[in-house]
Design a protein around this ligand. Structure first.
Ligand code: ZN
Length: 240
């Protein structure tokens, strides 16, 4: 079974369309939350995921978009974009976002946005946080987003962090427990502005990260004309 894992799309429909074209034929699409927030097309992204049959989990931005208190922890630009999002999303988008669970298990893989032990908020950024979450996840494969940085934490008794190269497959040894981040579709933060997605081969136990260029200036124009914060449009060009 081959799965496309997408995270942190952030209402960037142009990036999502480019990724789905790159994905092509696939057995399943899993998303790891932060479907909305920051970007100019929340309804379009949700409708596209529904049409593609994607299943997934809620992120902190998705919870904030449907009225959650998460908005109180946002920085000023994120908050301004979230107020914009709340005012514009349709009833269908609100209901779909509300239905996304905090955790989901698909084909023995655990899906979360932040971390297995704190699925909405915790950032997995260090070996000690990764270690504690590998102990907490209860499956051999865990998938997370939230940091917008592609990485694989592999526990073979010794914990190893792999920063994946686009296009090269990382072997997920059958006995190992792994926590894997596909990177971000709509707002990458690893210095590469191209959209990032992960191809998971569950039988072959390999993970392959892909990067896809898209029309960043078009998205920046939409964001500016929508009145979204200028800094959020600017950062797309740098992938930071
Ligand atoms: Zn995010």
């Amino acid at each position: 079974m081959r799965v496309a894992v997408l995270s942190d799309i952030h209402a960037n429909l142009v990036a999502l369309e480019a990724v789905l074209e790159d994905v092509g034929q696939i057995d399943a699409i899993w998303h790891l939350g932060d479907v909305v927030g920051y970007g100019p097309d929340p309804d379009g992204v949700v409708a596209r995921l529904v049409a593609a049959g994607a299943v997934g989990v809620a992120g902190n931005h998705d919870r904030a978009a449907v009225g959650g208190p998460e908005i109180d922890w946002f920085n000023p630009d994120a908050k301004a974009a979230m107020v914009w999002t709340r005012e514009r999303i349709s009833a269908e988008t609100t209901s779909w976002l509300t239905d996304q669970p905090e955790r989901r298990t698909e084909s023995a893989a655990l899906l979360v946005h932040g971390s297995p032990r704190d699925p909405i908020w915790e950032y997995i950024t260090t070996a000690s946080i990764a270690r504690a979450n590998i102990e907490a996840m209860g499956t051999t494969v865990g998938l997370f987003g939230h940091t917008h940085v592609p990485i694989a934490w592999i526990d073979n008794g010794r914990l190893e962090a792999i920063s994946p190269k686009p296009g090269s497959a990382v072997a997920l040894n059958g006995a190992a427990r792994v926590l894997v981040n596909p990177g971000s579709v709509g707002q990458p933060r690893d210095g590469d502005p191209r959209a990032s997605w992960l191809e998971l081969d569950l039988e072959g136990r390999t993970a392959t990260w892909h990067r896809v260029g898209y029309d960043i200036p078009a998205v920046q124009r939409s964001m500016r004309s929508a009145g979204l914060p200028a800094r959020l449009a600017e950062r797309l060009r740098h992938g930071l």
